[in-house]
Design a protein around this ligand. Structure first.
Ligand SMILES: C[S@@+](CC[C@H](N)C(=O)[O-])C[C@H]1O[C@@H](n2cnc3c(N)ncnc32)[C@H](O)[C@@H]1O
Length: 398
């Protein structure tokens, strides 16, 4: 129970990561480079934001005219509805407004709208944003925010980490274009993977490795490695495995990977796991070969191949088709052909049984032999197998 509430608290505080301006700029520039009119005469909704300090709001408001936007709408979530509570203090911007309401400030969300020159300075920019309290708390699932979603052409934000699947489903059910940021592993959720497989969603362009820095609330406990406080006292943490997810086209995804033939890989690969081998290993339970590195995909192999999830950073839909993922509920069109219910799990270091059944490894990418992992599986005849990491099953396009 203690563990459960600890992990809930962790999840809740991970809902409060604020995206940096330059990360937003870099990503959105890639769509503009591909299609300079992508936002022309369109309505952009930035939900789950905190418009007074959000860089999403700032970026789109500042570029309103350059992008040719029709309308920018940004909404925030009421401080008292947030799962991670921190000492909320309204900004001067809010308290100095004639319609400031101390109660609503805590219990209502806010809406910021930009669609015309309010100040009369001949420009439409961040100074022309107009705000009011929402009727409700700004929960993206509320009817009020669903109505805003339905009016919008684009949904762009960093949604709460704990509600990523629900947020994505909320966009998809309304059939909207989107750019959102989240953890790369979200692609392995069984609700999310079909979108990747069917080319209804892909990774964005500007992040394909390393970690990214996010702003966090002042009270955020800085326990993990990789944090910093800037000269103004603002706190930041570094987060690994972050990716943009989108259904907007960009140039990178149409660049084909330059690859070597299978024979050349076996002779010259920079990976010792490939170089000098006679052949690529074939899975024990899928009709596909194991390719442990994206740059070791053989250019001339016509059959199915299992590749790491990071392949998606290089995926070009004209070059490969995605067949499935070695995960429950993600490979209906590419079934596994062996189960391990009559195997037992053993610890590699001392060959002791863990007490778990081999059923644990069903539907994983399974290879014969012990492998390098901490555990392996063996049946009563002494047949030994081990599982590899999650693999995406792909095939070269003809
Ligand atoms: C990851 S933060 C990102 C904020 C902002 N988009 C940015 O990147 O700077 C997600 C925000 O969504 C808010 N939030 C959490 N649950 C929500 C919900 N159900 N509906 C709307 N917003 C929610 C969080 O409180 C937080 O402010």
């Amino acid at each position: 129970m203690a563990n459960e509430s600890l992990s809930k608290a962790k999840e809740a505080k991970n809902d409060e990561f604020y995206t940096q301006y330059h990360d937003i700029e870099k990503e959105i520039s890639a769509y503009l480079e591909y299609n300079p009119d992508v936002f022309r005469d369109k309505t952009v909704l930035l939900p789950c934001d905190d418009p007074e300090w959000s860089n999403f709001t700032k970026y789109f408001a500042q570029n309103f005219e350059t992008f040719g936007l029709k309308r920018l709408i940004s909404t925030s979530y009421a401080p008292e509805s947030k799962r991670y509570k921190f000492g909320y203090v309204p900004t001067l911007f809010e308290t100095e407004a004639p319609h400031f309401d101390a109660d609503k400030s805590k219990t209502h969300g806010k809406i910021f709208v930009l669609d015309h020159d309010v100040t009369g300075d001949g420009r439409i920019d961040v100074e022309d944003l107009q705000w009011q309290y929402l009727e409700g708390d700004g929960d993206f699932r509320s009817q009020e925010i669903c109505n805003l979603r339905d009016q919008a052409d684009f949904i762009i934000t960093n949604p709460p980490f704990s509600l990523f699947r629900e947020f994505l489903a909320w966009i998809i059910e309304a059939n909207k274009q989107f750019v959102i940021i989240g953890n790369m592993n979200a692609v392995t959720y069984k609700e999310v993977f079909p979108l990747i497989k069917d080319n209804k969603m892909w990774y964005g362009c500007s992040i394909s490795s390393g970690d990214r820095e996010f702003g966090v609330p002042e009270e955020y406990p800085l326990t993990a490695a990789g944090w910093r406080i800037d000269e103004n006292g603002k706190k930041y943490i570094r987060v690994k495995g972050v990716r943009w997810f989108t259904n907007l086209d960009h140039g990178r995804r149409h660049q084909q990977l330059a690859l070597m033939t299978m024979a050349d890989n076996l002779k010259f690969s920079r990976h010792k796991e490939i170089r000098g081998k006679e052949s690529y290993e074939h899975y024990d339970n899928y009709d596909a070969i194991e390719v442990p590195f994206t740059d070791a995909i053989p250019s001339d192999y016509e059959g199915a191949m299992g590749v790491p999830i990071s392949f998606l950073d290089k995926y070009c839909p004209e070059q490969f088709e995605i067949l499935g993922l070695t995960q429950f509920g993600c490979h209906d069109d590419f079934p596994d052909n062996r189960r391990y219910n009559d195997y037992k799990e053993y610890i590699s270091i001392d060959n002791s049984a863990t007490g778990s059944s081999g059923a644990k490894t069903n539907e994983n990418a399974v290879l014969q032999g012990r492998g390098e992992k901490k555990t392996y599986y063996m049946n009563s005849e002494g047949r030994i197998v081990h599982s590899e990491y999650k693999r995406i099953l792909i095939r070269k396009k003809q």
